[in-house]
Design a protein around this ligand. Structure first.
Ligand code: BJW
Length: 231
């Protein structure tokens, strides 16, 4: 009964209409990373950052899970071993597509975090700068997002799973951001078979055993079908 760990990135949600980061017209072509995705940027101009995430939250709320999200949920439901999805995405399309065993390592748009006491609560569709924390009342609400220089969530659980994986697949991620870009080396070092699913080879593409190139809605569906047929 094989253990499968799947890392997903922005590419899996692209066909649902959610912009990726590093495409020519992607989010980082429209916004400076250091302004909207660092703690220093938030300190400098919280309104800019809150507006950026309000717009992305609204976009994600309109989007629907696609065939790739649904195929991963089917894999979790029908595979006889364990399946864990670790997503870098902050949208909720995996959970709306039916995945249950899921880690949002870079946070979630639908969650708010208190900068003072670390309490979390469901984010309103439109957050405002200085929203009060429901636990400590400090006017310190921020989007519950992991910015550059901050520690991604649940790293201990992720590294334990990578160390036990039989199959590691990375779907729709460019391999530019660590620690996620290092997961393939970690899983391969522990003996897992590794597979990259992407439109094109990523920055760490040469580290995978195999690649399946093409749009996620087609490639992920075909891969899941193969795994379930070999169960
Ligand atoms: C399709 C498709 C279709 C398109 N079908 N595919 C020097 C060396 C190494 C590391 C560092 C360094 N200097 C600093 C660091 C650390 C830093 C880092 O990695 N920097 C790099 C830029 C070098 N990392 C951090 O700071 C992280 N924290 C950290 O390291 O803590 C210390 C630590 C140490 C040890 C262990 C653990 C921790 C935090 C990183 C936070 C990332 N945050 C962001 C923004 C916030 C979230 C948000 O606003 O949404 O997260 S950045 C952004 O990039 C976002 C994404 O989750 C992340 C990854 O992007 P992703 O998903 O790969 O998207 P794209 O656009 O890059 O790629 C899309 C891919 O899809 C492409 O490949 C397309 O081909 C493909 N695709 N359509 C299939 N239809």
């Amino acid at each position: 009964m094989s253990k499968i760990i799947i890392l997903t990135g922005a590419g899996i949600s692209a066909e649902s209409g959610i912009e990726t980061f590093r495409a020519e017209t992607g989010l980082w072509a429209q916004h400076r990373v250091e302004d909207v995705a660092t703690p220093e940027g938030f300190l400098r101009d919280p309104q800019l950052v809150v507006d950026f995430y309000n717009a992305r939250r609204a976009q994600a709320a309109e989007a629907q899970p696609n065939a790739a999200h649904k195929a991963l949920a089917r894999l979790e439901a029908e595979h006889r071993g364990d399946v864990l999805v670790v997503t870098q995405n902050v949208d909720d399309l995996h959970e709306r597509g039916g995945t249950q065993n899921l880690i949002h390592m870079h946070g979630a748009l639908n969650s708010a975090l208190c900068g003072r006491c670390d309490h979390r609560w469901p984010a309103p569709l439109q957050m405002a700068v200085g929203n009060a924390c429901p636990a400590c009342d400090a006017p310190a609400a921020r989007p519950d997002i992991v910015w550059f220089g901050e520690m991604p969530y649940q790293m201990e659980r992720i590294f334990t799973a990578l160390g036990q994986a039989d199959i590691f697949a990375a779907i729709g991620t460019s391999g530019n951001v660590y620690p996620a870009a290092g997961f393939v080396a970690e899983a391969a070092g522990a003996g897992a078979q590794t597979l990259e699913i992407n439109l094109e080879p990523s920055a760490v593409g040469s580290q995978f055993d195999k690649a399946l190139l093409g749009p996620a809605t087609q490639t992920v569906t075909a891969w899941v079908e193969d795994i379930l047929n070999s169960n």
